[in-house]
Write a protein of this length. Structure first.
Length: 182
């Protein structure tokens, strides 16, 4: 039995979880999310908790069991508390500014970049070099964070660019340090 798949999903107050026609719909104070459930996987709601079950123990079903449970748990957590993702900008003259639904970025190019945030994701900027993205859909939030990071990924020589706060950039030695060993 899947260790993750067999865990119950706690449903907090103010969150409604409904299962119908192979689709899970979670509604809460932050928003509404829906997710299709694969064939052979079932979601049962009993009181204030939900359980994900599988029809048999074949390989593909076992793989989908834990993933489906985690997707539903992320939906419940997202509509109740939400998720955040933090990015850090490093580099001389690199800065960010949040203007409503647009994230203005100055990243050393000849022009500023205006990144339009999708519905469900908000951004706040502290000290012009720290971006905090917030949203209730974990997958969408991760895609937006990756898209913002890809505008200027961190480079390995000086570490300039946009990186996740918890990300460690592996630094390389430059030409001068490489030739000094001989």
């Amino acid at each position: 039995m899947s260790r993750i798949g067999r865990l119950p999903i706690g449903i907090p107050d103010g969150v409604k979880l409904q299962v119908a026609n192979g689709t899970v719909r979670v509604e809460g104070p932050k928003g509404v999310l829906t997710q299709a459930v694969p064939n052979g996987i079932g979601v049962e709601v009993q009181g204030n908790e939900a359980r994900v079950t599988r029809a048999d123990d074949t390989g593909p079903r076992r793989g989908l069991h834990g993933m489906t449970r985690k997707l539903v748990a992320n939906m419940v957590e997202g509509v109740s508390r939400g998720f955040t993702r933090s990015l850090e900008i490093s580099g001389v003259g690199y800065r960010a500014d949040a203007r409503g639904r647009v994230l203005m970025l100055s990243l050393g190019y000849s022009h500023p970049i205006a990144y339009q945030l999708p519905d469900g994701v908000t951004a706040s900027v502290e000290k012009q070099v720290s971006i905090t993205l917030q949203g209730f859909d974990r997958q969408l939030l991760g895609e937006v964070a990756a898209a913002v990071r890809s505008l200027r990924p961190p480079e390995p020589y000086k570490g300039k660019g946009i990186r996740y706060v918890e990300e460690k950039v592996r630094r390389k030695a430059g030409k001068a340090a490489a030739g000094a060993g001989h």
